[in-house]
Write a protein that binds this ligand. Structure first.
Ligand code: TRP
Length: 448
């Protein structure tokens, strides 16, 4: 073990890093496209409810466990468990989290690589390099490998620099940029013809869809993914916070910013689709559904950018840069999970650990790229739909049942003077209500 562990330099440093982790492709791509294919505003409403009632308490469980143990996820679960059986289970959960987090980074960096390729494509298009532009925009194994590698390289370089001069510094630089770019883009889209119609689809709910089980499961998965839950990312960021900080408030800010950016991203993407419609781009599938996921981001939007001429292409460039920035502040938090484990439990130096873990995860990405059709969707389903809620459940059970009661109460009161409401509700909530609700959802998603 190291004698002294790194910490974030301040409250703001933590907020930047944790919101940086939370806000990512999940918000800017995942949320709007899910909303588009799940009934617009109905999805938004359900998402809001689940994010506050389930994801926020689960986030708090992770942050508290991390701050209490002041250690990586494997050691943190070990520390909390008193008996030898629960200790073994805890270690297994810690490892499972590291594996799931690494697999998530494996596919995430492929998608982030596409974003780099598409941002360069707009430049190639403007400078009339048609061949290059086509290569950048066309799905090919070589293109996927090159840009996934590039993205992984950025991630490794930041993580190799450590908590304050890597994670905190870059998150603090990139997050404000991200918010500014989104706001400028929204202002532009809303002045275009057709945008208001899109706004209506996004903001007026169809209540008949709210209790649809598929919609509920998708919204829960989206909330867990968006808050980076289950795999240990938030546990580790929690372990870098000082005991004097008011954690319930900080966690609340992270949740609010994460939800806020998702909702704002919807204000950008859904109206943009209807602007595209006005410009002759197809936005509905043959069954009348709004096009979503990759077709939306990689066909509808680029077609729109081109239809709008030079301002549209500038817009496109800014949009894909935004995606890359959002992805980078998230990917570093995923790589950090395996890296701190290697540093603290195997005595490897940070730089070597970053290259080693990053290298292994890049190999995972390569395997996915080379077997794209069978593996890509499969890895996403196994990790985000099943494993993340399962791990979230495990975190709540550990916080609510395994953690010695007094130690837990003492930890949650640390630095949280004035937040009595929280100590009264959360311990009961995380013990009974969260596990039951997550379990119900999981059973549904296995049978769906
Ligand atoms: N939350 C990020 C997003 O919305 C992705 C992310 C970062 C993540 N760390 C994670 C997802 C850990 C799952 C687990 O894009």
């Amino acid at each position: 073990m190291q004698a002294t562990r790194s910490q974030f330099s301040s409250k703001l440093g933590f907020i930047m890093a944790a919101t940086g982790s939370a806000v990512g492709l999940g918000n800017i791509w995942g949320f709007p496209t899910q909303a588009a294919s799940n009934g617009g505003a109905a999805f938004v409403l359900v998402y809001l409810a689940l994010a506050f009632c389930l994801a926020y308490p689960a986030l708090m469980a992770e942050l508290f466990i991390g701050r209490y143990a002041n250690a990586n996820s494997v050691n943190a679960f070990k520390k909390i468990a008193a008996g030898s059986k629960s200790r073994k289970l805890g270690i297994a959960i810690g490892f499972y989290g590291i594996i799931v987090g690494s697999l998530i980074l494996g596919f995430y960096s492929i998608v982030a690589g596409w974003m780099i390729a598409y941002s360069l494509e707009t430049i190639a298009y403007v400078s009339q390099q048609q061949d290059i532009a086509t290569w950048l925009a066309e799905f090919s194994t070589l293109r996927n490998i090159v840009f996934c590698f590039l993205f992984m390289l950025f991630t490794i370089l930041i993580i190799a620099d450590g908590v304050q001069s890597g994670i905190e510094k870059w998150s603090s630089r990139l997050m404000p940029m991200l918010v500014i770019i989104i706001l400028i883009l929204i202002a532009y889209v809303l002045t275009q013809k057709g945008a208001i119609e899109g706004l209506k689809v996004y903001l007026v709910p169809d209540f008949s869809r709210v209790m649809n089980p598929k919609l509920l499961i998708n919204a829960l998965g989206q909330a867990f993914f968006s808050l980076s839950l289950g795999v240990g990312t938030m546990l580790i960021y929690g372990s870098y916070i000082s005991k004097n900080e008011n954690l319930p408030i900080l966690g609340g800010i992270v949740t609010l910013v994460d939800i806020g950016v998702a909702i704002i991203a919807g204000l950008l993407i859904i109206p943009a689709m209807y602007v595209a419609l006005q410009n002759g781009v197809q936005i509905f599938s043959s069954t009348g559904q709004l096009l979503s996921e990759d077709t939306l981001v990689f066909n509808v939007l680029p077609a729109l950018f081109k239809a709008l001429g030079t301002p549209g292409l500038l817009f496109g460039f800014a949009f894909f840069c935004l995606m890359v920035i959002a992805a980078l502040t998230s990917s570093i938090s995923m790589l950090e999970i395996a890296v701190v484990y290697a540093i603290e439990n195997h005595g490897i130096k940070r730089k070597q650990a970053a290259w080693l873990a990053g290298g292994i995860i890049f190999i995972i990405s390569l395997v996915i790229i080379l077997n794209f059709d069978p593996l890509f969707g499969y890895v996403i389903t196994v990790t985000t739909r099943y494993s993340q809620p399962l791990l979230g459940l495990a975190m709540c059970l550990f916080a609510g049942w395994v953690w010695q009661r007094n130690a837990m109460l003492e930890e949650i009161k640390q630095g949280a003077a004035g937040s009595e409401w929280f100590w009264k509700i959360w311990p009961i909530y995380v013990r009974y209500i969260c596990p039951i609700l997550i379990l119900i959802m999981l059973i549904h998603s296995f049978s769906a």
